[in-house]
Design a protein around this ligand. Structure first.
Ligand SMILES: [Zn+2]
Length: 182
């Protein structure tokens, strides 16, 4: 009886230590690419387990991963703080299987915050291991109503149309060796 109690107590202790350790470590992000640059944008892409998002996107069981696009400002003349998140972007994504050239997943990212801050992301279905190309298309913040002061007295000096005058910016990364989670 006493031995059983000791065993149970040790198990409870071990479990709470494990839980404390995982809570401290948070979640594990897997990099897709790091430090890509397009115009005034510094872009990182990661993935991790599919997650519930509120409001309205709590149902995540049908998805394989959460794909995340982190966009921070480089040195710029648009008034964005360097290393700050760039809001008001619409970013389309496409994941292409390099073995077949078929689109494995595509869509438009949603805008959200996690414990590490605001970002663009989406839960996607990507069940098969493989080597993929990731394509991101960045639409001007002006398309979502974002304005830049255009007078010389109060403006930052640049205008969005200088970067998006020829249309959206694109970033393509090949050679993502994807391993499904769990
Ligand atoms: Zn997210």
């Amino acid at each position: 009886m006493k031995k059983t109690l000791v065993l149970v107590l040790s198990l409870v202790l071990a479990m709470s230590l494990l839980m404390a350790a995982s809570a401290e470590a948070g979640f594990t992000e897997y990099p897709i690419f790091e430090d890509e640059e397009v115009a005034f944008l510094h872009v990182n892409a990661v993935y991790f387990q599919a997650v519930p998002m509120a409001p309205g996107q709590e149902n995540f069981e049908d998805y394989d991963i959460h794909l995340e696009c982190d966009v921070a400002a480089l040195e710029n003349d648009l008034g964005y703080g360097v290393d700050d998140w760039v809001p008001y972007l619409t970013i389309d994504f496409e994941v292409i299987d390099e073995a077949t050239s078929e689109t494995a997943a595509d869509g438009t990212f949603m805008v959200m915050s996690a414990s590490d801050g605001p970002h663009y992301g989406a839960n996607i279905k990507l069940p098969n291991a493989g080597t993929y190309t990731v394509k991101f298309t960045f639409h001007s913040p002006a398309d979502n109503g974002y304005l830049i002061h255009s007078d010389s007295e109060t403006g930052p000096g640049g205008l969005l149309e200088e970067y998006f005058g020829d249309g959206p910016l694109t970033l393509e990364y090949s050679g993502w060796d994807y391993v499904p989670l769990g």
